[in-house]
Each structure stands twice: as structure tokens, then as C-alpha cells.
Design a protein. Sequence first.
Length: 198
Amino acid sequence: MTNLQTIQGLNVYCGPAVLSALTGKSTDECASVISAISGKREIKAVQMDHLILALKKLRFDCTPISKTSFSLFGVLNSLSHNDGFYIITVPKHVVAIEVINRKIFLIDNHSKQPILAESSARLGQKVDLIYKIVKLTEPKFISSRIVLEKHSGLIYINRKNTYENEEDNTQTYIGRLSYDRFEELEEIINELAKVGQV
């Protein structure tokens, strides 16, 4: 049985989906990690260097692997003797792979759960890049707090998690509030305070 996780979350794009499959986090949490690296608030297409940096931020070691074949079928065949996790890019798409005892499992934003690679419709596709992925030890958690950012009538709500090593710190977008005038913002704050007392 594979250790790849079922993909969950609202973000439907392949980069966050692959991170979700490897970490068990939602695609939305994974998209926020990519967003912190790329500077883009909305995550759709992901540059490979941003995906690799996100994997490192999520505590994975990423090692590029030389291609032994041009097709996904040929690459999977050559990887079948080397247990472990891999990410493989094909044109405009990325998939996560796990090899266990010569069985190969594949997952992406279309399958949402691991499938045996032999049943994938992508086997004839050209492979661009291959990375072997190794999970590192988990960071030591210290605290979590809410951070607000105000931008012309909008307040963005983020959760900042602090860890022992500063490089492990994360900030996750939770949501936003909009208001027309300061009095309306005061009213929203008062209503939120009431909700918190229930």
C-alpha cells in the first residue's frame, strides 16, 4: 500500500495537489506555501523552482534524477527498482510517484487518490524533469497567532505558525473581510466579539 495521501482542498491545480499528496496537508495550505515563495496570491500554474523551494520549506530533500527515457512509461520502468517518492514533470503538468517493491503508484490533481501507474493515461507523455523526494524530520512547533493585513477596504486574515528554526515558519491565508467605511469595520469587530463569547 502507498504512503501517498488522498488530495483534499479547494485549490484544484497540479502543483498544490502534488504537495498535498506528499504531505497530507490540504491543497490550500500547500498553495499558501507556494504563494509565500512566488509572491502570487492566487496559485495556478507553478514554476518548477517554486515547487522545489516549497518542498524544501515543507521539509523534503529534493534531488534531480537524470532521465533514462523520454516517455513516462520508460522513466517509471527505470525507477521501478528504486523504492521512494518522486515528482515528475510532463508538459504543463506534474505528478507524484511512489515506488514500493516494484509497484508504482501515481497521483495528481485529476486522480486525487493514488492509482497504480500502469492504469494512468499519461504513460506516453514526454518527461521533462524528475526529482527524488525524501521526507526530513518534522520541525519543532512553538506557537500560532493570527496576523492581519489591511489593504484599502480589505483586511486579509492569516495564521502565522512559529517554529524553533525560523526558516520553518509559515503564514497561511485564512480569509478576508471587506468594509466600506471605518464605522462599518467597528461594527464588524463588535459582531465578531459577540460570536467569540458564544
